[in-house]
Design a protein around this ligand. Structure first.
Ligand code: DWN
Length: 391
């Protein structure tokens, strides 16, 4: 059956390519098409962006910027230390160390292609390889540090175009009873929430458990457990081991649920594409009405996700005045493609703001807790997930 394109999100920039005024003329764009592979059931992009354009020494996304994610990785680390004591731990895509910092550097290896973040963990004493994950790197780590008992990766495996090479390299570096644990956004939740904004250059694939098991199995691994997580709008934590290991019931439960949703069927994605277009129309209509009523609208969280939404919907500074974001590396720059100014948030949302579009809708509880004053004075959030609405 091969690859069938079902969605066109148009011309898109590098999702984390925040830029200065002077850089506008050299901004890079690509066509964001999304397809279904009838053979493996993988949802993937029609064109992959070169890794060096996205993950380099200027990378700006810091995993440690939200309390939700700091807590998430802290509790996972505690669990892993108890469940797999004395293990050698390798992390693929260690970012600013938000996960690996919970471990003793002695028994860890970190892999992070973005040099700015690799330097941070290296300086803290963690063996950090500032390279992309490849078989060559896995062989080098094997020579220098030996086989690994836990290979962990959060929000990174779905960033890598070549999954066969990725999984083969993992399999080659795992110790005999080693476990590969990785978490990424769940395709089931993307379909349930109409969260098409999970798709951008850095996410060449959105994984179902069905597709992952097909891909892992042809590379000597199989899924042994699946945990459904609430983070990042709904993610799956996949536990994989060598073929022949014990499989628990969560694997078949998740696959059965995905079959009910139709994640193994192209028609499901064709229906999703129609809903995505309806979401775009509704969001533009709502923001245009706000503008007509002279309301001040900002965005909250200069996310990769909002890059997809703003560029797909054609939302620029005429509809959204600015974006607030806590990440120092994004502040003072313009958002990719649509060039909305990114500013540092004050202690609370400015009193002149009527509405705040939630670029970081995945952190809604944390944000609501912080922004009680805005809510109490009648300020409203806007989200397109799962449907366009005021909150
Ligand atoms: O996989 C990826 C995920 C995990 O993170 C990457 N490819 C890139 C990135 O995607 P994102 O930018 O959509 O992620 P977040 O975690 O939704 O980004 C939240 C943004 O919002 C950060 O820039 C921090 C900011 N923020 C804020 O300004 N105030 C977040 C919170 C909670 C806040 O209160």
């Amino acid at each position: 059956m091969g690859l069938k394109k079902f969605l066109d999100l148009g011309k898109q920039p590098i999702a984390n390519g925040f830029l200065y005024e002077d850089d506008k003329s050299s901004e890079y764009f690509f066509n964001l098409g999304v397809a279904f592979d009838g053979d493996t059931k993988l949802v993937t992009q029609t064109e992959y962006v070169d890794g060096d354009l996205m993950f380099n020494d200027d990378y700006v996304y810091r995993g440690s910027m939200s309390k939700t994610m700091r807590d998430h990785f802290y509790s996972l680390s505690n669990y892993l230390k108890l469940a797999y004591p004395e293990s050698k731990v390798l992390e693929i895509g260690s970012n600013d160390g938000v996960f690996i910092k919970n471990f003793n550097p002695k028994n860890t290896v970190a892999v992070e292609p973005c040099g700015n973040f690799a330097k941070e963990t290296q300086e803290l004493g963690y063996n950090t390889y500032s390279e992309f994950w490849t078989q060559i790197l896995a062989d080098k780590i094997n020579m220098e540090h030996g086989k690994q008992d836990i290979i962990f990766s959060a929000n990174c495996i779905c960033h890598i175009p070549d999954l066969d090479q990725t999984f083969k390299a993992v399999e080659s570096l795992l110790s005999k009873n080693g476990v590969f644990i990785f978490e990424d956004p769940s395709l089931a939740e993307v379909i349930n929430n109409n969260s098409y904004d999970q798709i951008y250059d850095e996410h060449p694939h959105i994984f179902s458990v069905i597709a992952l098991d097909n891909l892992l199995r042809r590379n000597g691994l199989q899924i042994t457990r699946v945990e459904n997580l609430s983070v990042h709008g709904g993610s799956n934590r996949i536990f994989a081991k060598r073929i022949g290991s014990k499989i628990d019931k969560t694997v078949e439960q998740n696959k059965a649920y995905e079959r009910i949703l139709g994640l193994d069927d192209l028609d499901t994605f064709k229906r999703f594409a129609v809903k995505v277009e309806q979401s775009k129309d509704a969001l533009v209509r709502l923001l245009t009405n706000c503008k007509k009523q002279d309301k001040k609208v900002i965005a909250y969280g200069a996310t990769s996700k909002s890059t997809t939404v703003f560029n797909y919907c054609g939302i620029g500074p005429d509809l959204i005045e600015c974006i607030t974001d806590t990440t120092p590396e994004k502040q003072g720059k313009l958002s990719p493609g649509m060039h909305i100014p990114v500013v540092a948030p004050g202690n609370e949302i400015d009193r002149s703001v009527d509405y705040a579009y939630l670029g970081a809708w995945n952190f809604i509880s944390e944000i609501k807790d912080k922004e009680q004053e805005f809510i109490n004075r009648g300020g409203k959030f806007i989200s397109h997930v799962p449907v366009v609405k005021f909150i």
